[in-house]
Unconditional design. Structure first.
Ligand code: IMP
Length: 429
């Protein structure tokens, strides 16, 4: 089965939406396998701009979209996203969207706890999206999550809410936040049941059938390797595994089915929220990248921090994420700069390192080591072949390939879907 998994190779917002949309036209099924509505994908299709958080990008292209068990699902967020894209002319029904019946749900108490904890952290806050992602994953691992299938069993639901509220109300009380009342939660979940259950099924069976019939599956990652709960800049990370390996567990299929792993990276770096960012720019160039790249969070609207391309970090993401080919996006944002820098390593407390250190203080102390390259005259925007790129831009790409130890297989040169240069078809395996 020629499948493809797409993951972010930096701190998210690499332009996965466009790439996944582009690849979705070659796939039969698009599966989300982790994260929740903390993700934000912008798809530009003709004169329509779709902002998706939970829906797999494939639904825009008339493909079957699947929300896997590795996601944390906020039912209200899903229904309002469906209403929004329906108003834009799309149709989302159980015919083109299936949801794992074992997916854990995000309830209103999760964002309440997320926000109360962030407020209590003060300056040490993680800078979460406030969507309840962390608390929902905690409940899953602690075996007290309400899952989609529970909506079909009112008695199970009632018993589970007792346990859930015992835990959450104790915490919320401690944080001085309002507590939740069981009956209101139970009523709202039972009211949601008829709207959500028609989408629910055992996804592993559908994927097994897809495997048997040779369907092409695209696994759509959210966030990115440096936000991975194990491999990222912990604790300034999200609460799921964002590496390609999790596509198997988060969808319910064997690891051999993941297929070709594409890592998406911007031609520079951005980050939202707190945490280390060694190649961050605090000057006019950083501001210019932010403005030219429209670097504002899709979900929260927060301005993104901007910096030079960190090849040392992306190399690490390539290794731990299982990336076989890189997609480089937003090269045009660098157009017109006299010179460019690439971070090739760090000095940490006087010591040179070729990887990001693991400890929190050491990560914060990492100073970038830069290599300087010439910029290019003219524009790369909208280029559809390497021949259209200035020689310096090609050199920049080749240097990135060397440093991150992975080939650039796709180059995205504008938000438009067709402004993409393909060096190798990822579905060809
Ligand atoms: P959470 O996922 O809401 O818990 O947030 C944890 C960290 O991940 C914060 O730094 C967020 O800004 C970051 N984050 C979560 N989702 C995304 C995303 O889709 N793009 C970029 N950063 C994200």
């Amino acid at each position: 089965m020629a499948n493809v998994a797409v993951i972010g190779a930096q701190w998210g917002d690499e332009g996965k939406g466009k790439v996944v949309d582009w690849l979705a036209s070659r796939a039969d099924i698009v599966v989300r396998f982790q994260g929740g509505h903390n993700a934000g994908h912008t798809l530009v299709v003709g004169d329509q701009t779709y902002r998706l958080s939970l829906l797999p990008s494939g639904v825009v292209r008339g493909k079957l979209g699947i929300i896997g068990n590795g996601v944390v699902l906020d039912p209200e967020a899903l229904l309002s996203e469906i209403a929004k894209v329906t108003a834009q002319g799309l149709s989302v029904t159980p015919e083109n969207l299936r949801i794992a019946d074992n997916v854990p749900l995000i309830l209103p108490l999760h964002p309440a706890l997320d926000k109360a904890r962030e407020a209590a952290r003060g300056d040490a806050k993680i800078g979460t999206t406030g969507r309840g992602i962390g608390p929902a994953y905690e409940d899953k691992v602690a075996r007290r999550a309400i899952r989609l299938c529970d909506l079909a069993e009112p008695e199970t639901l009632s018993d589970k809410l007792d346990e859930l509220l015992r835990h959450h109300n104790t915490l919320l009380r401690g944080l001085g936040a309002p507590e939740f009342e069981k009956q209101a939660l139970l009523d709202s979940l039972l009211a949601l049941a008829p709207k959500l259950l028609p989408f629910a099924e055992a996804i592993w069976e559908r994927l097994d059938e897809a495997r048997a019939t040779g369907k092409r599956v695209l696994f759509e990652g959210a966030q990115a390797v440096m936000l991975d709960v194990d491999h990222g800049t912990y604790p300034y990370v999200t609460s799921s595994n964002t590496v390609a390996g999790n596509a198997a567990a988060g969808a319910g299929i064997g690891p051999d089915a993941i297929g070709f792993v594409l890592g998406i990276a911007k031609a520079y770096s951005t980050r939202v929220g707190s945490g280390p960012f060694p190649s961050e720019l605090h000057d006019e160039i950083g501001k210019r990248l932010g403005e030219r790249g429209h670097e504002f969070g899709t979900v929260t609207g927060r301005p993104r921090r901007c910096g030079w391309f960190d090849a040392c970090m992306v190399r690490q993401a390539v290794k731990v994420g299982g990336v076989q080919g890189l997609v480089l996006t937003k090269l045009d944002v660098l157009d017109g700069l006299a010179e460019l820098k690439i971070c090739t390593g760090y000095t940490v407390n006087g010591q040179m390192m070729k990887r990001l250190p693991t400890g929190q203080r050491a990560q914060a102390a990492a100073e970038p080591i830069f290599e300087v390259m010439p910029g290019w005259p003219g524009s790369t925007r909208g280029a559809r072949s390497y021949a259209e790129l200035p020689a310096e831009a090609v050199k920049y790409i080749r240097r990135i390939e060397e440093l991150v130890e992975a080939p650039v297989v796709l180059l995205s040169t504008s938000p438009e879907r067709d402004d993409t240069i393909m060096m190798r078809d990822p579905f060809a395996g």
